[in-house]
Design a protein around this ligand. Structure first.
Ligand code: DX5
Ligand code: ZN
Length: 221
């Protein structure tokens, strides 16, 4: 099996912003592998969230890698700032300025490349040596709590058919009921916001998702 290990990345967009440190500690104790941080600029997506100062504050308390997803029009302007603030993985969008990929690596981060649901994956094939992760969006970015779009899964299958053995992340509507099909397509990093933070037992939800994904990827726990 050449697919890398399953990682569950709860999205802090669905955490309690007044108690972020408490929720970070609790979701790490519940089994989170990465912490997904959604950065929105009010231009590329119709919502505003957080900037480098909050990433820097999170880095002080986080015990797991920060997986920072920048849904912003000008990632090349801010890439180095987010890496300096503590982003371990920094993912920009193909629909913006993927020149940011080189800036992320130069700054010492792992470079991710995201594609929106309506974006063709084909151009990514020639970019795979410039990326450390590909993120396939399974909702239109901007908000948590939206419904999973299974029609994006062939993009993940294509990445694996091309021989890509790096991390493939899927983001949007991932929950115990949807994670299996995403894993079967070849995804191994799973962002889940409302499904984790909206559940009564975060540890049980993460465990169920991990077990389901590992079973569908053919990896034993
Ligand atoms: C959407 C964000 C997601 C979002 C996922 O624009 O990129 O990371 O927080 O939320 P859920 O898991 O609730 O769909
Ligand atoms: Zn995200």
């Amino acid at each position: 099996m050449s697919t890398p290990p399953v990682k569950i990345a709860p999205s802090l967009l669905s955490a309690d912003f007044v108690n972020l440190a408490r929720d970070v500690a609790a979701v790490e104790d519940a089994g989170a592998d990465w912490l997904h941080v959604d950065v929105m600029d009010g231009h590329f997506v119709p919502n505003l969230t957080i900037g480098p100062p909050v990433v820097k504050a999170l880095k002080k308390v986080a015990r797991r890698p920060l997986d920072v997803h920048i849904m912003i029009t000008n990632p090349e302007r801010y890439a180095a700032d987010y890496v300096a603030a503590g982003a371990d993985v920094l993912t920009c969008h193909l629909e913006t300025h993927p020149d940011a990929l080189e800036l992320i690596r130069e700054a010492g981060g792992r470079a991710g490349l995201a594609v929106n649901p309506e974006t063709d994956i084909a151009p990514v094939r020639d970019m795979l040596d410039r990326v450390d992760m590909v993120l396939v969006m399974s909702v239109h970015p901007g908000f948590g709590g939206q419904s999973f779009m299974p029609e994006v899964l062939p993009k993940i299958e294509a990445l694996r058919e091309w021989g890509y053995t790096g991390d493939v992340e899927i983001d949007g509507g991932i929950a115990p009921k949807t994670i299996g099909d995403a894993a079967a397509a070849g995804a191994n990093v799973f962002v889940a916001g409302s499904a984790v933070f909206g559940s009564d037992d975060w540890a049980a939800t993460i465990r169920t998702m991990r077990e389901t994904a590992e079973a569908r990827l053919g990896v034993s726990a």
